[in-house]
Design a protein around this ligand. Sequence first.
Ligand SMILES: [Zn+2]
Length: 406
Amino acid sequence: MQCLDCRKDVGSQLTNEHLLACSGLTLQEYALRHHLPLDMILSTDQINQADDLSLYRKPGRSVNKLALDVLAGLEMARALKQHGEFTIVSLGIRRLEQLLWYLESLCSLGFQFRQEYTYEDSTHRVIAKNSLKIPSAWLASQIEQSSTGSFLQRLSILVAHIGEIHAGYLFIDFPESKDAIRISDHLERNFHIHLKHLDASKHENGILARCKTRTDSSCLLSLVKEYLENIPVAKDRFFGKYDQATVVKELVFDSAHFITDHPGKCANLHGGRYAMRVKVRDQIDPLTGFVVDYGHLKQTVSRKVIAKLDHQTLNYVTAGLSWRSSTELLTVYIWENLIEYLPGLTELQIFETDRSYCSYTGPKLHELQKRGQNVLLDYFSSDNLGKSGLRWLLHQDMRERLKVIG
Ligand SMILES: [Zn+2]
């Protein structure tokens, strides 16, 4: 077999040892560089190998402070997973440098790096997994030791590991709500940075937190900037500039509605299928290759919109639609329901039939925060309704006249 990097004959199989000496690459990176399936470059004795506890050496007593902070940050991100006799931290191959940065401090605790290759029945191919691993028995006391440390260093690890930036807003999906509350309180009290808690965490007991404003986002990022800049890859995600793209998700819902005071047939209660296109425009995240994951987009729209509107009478869902649930007002209502979660929202289209649709681009999140709910939706819910100087005409002593008129 010939190594495509150095063109030397490497015998019957290409090994990590050869690649590290020749190009510094791991086998998975080599496979990606030369766009080859892993199955083709691995021999069977490299696949599905069990790891061996005896290859790990228990470290001495001295542990550096950074290691404990990294460990505590990863613990907060719930990134330490049990896997057999080992505790592991995994990241995808695009984030290998980040994993190695963790390793630089965590090796003092006994962590080692592994790139392991397994044949997965469900995917019918060999998958590589990049992890830092440590025998679980060694870890418990070290996590205890890490109860105090640098708040900012730990926060930076949390942000680097699970933070995401969308349209200038930093999101952290905290796996545990108590961590979200603790960190939010600390940031508010000590740094006047506000996190908004959103009910869209992908974790059962979690909270999706978003920096409330873009100013909060940039304040938080500058607070941990000196730490994040040390962490390769994280620096790219949070401070790099990349091309933008628009992703579009189409979802449908069935609803009934009627249009009050309308001269045509639409004054009657009738049902229909609405096809909705949600467009989100943002930078392409270099670490995911996505603007926003289509699955996340679908889940957010399903939860915040479809669940409220599907198989409902739109006029009875909210006061903003009670008078006229036109597609125009519907897009405004949906926009306001989504923008907190999808600040890159750039256009909504709602098709009432194949040939009739409404397209709407509403205010950006920072504009909405400044001006409040759209006036188009609040006529019937506004406190001003019923307060005009003309309402005396409807008072008790005028009832007779109203009867005559009516
Ligand atoms: Zn080579």
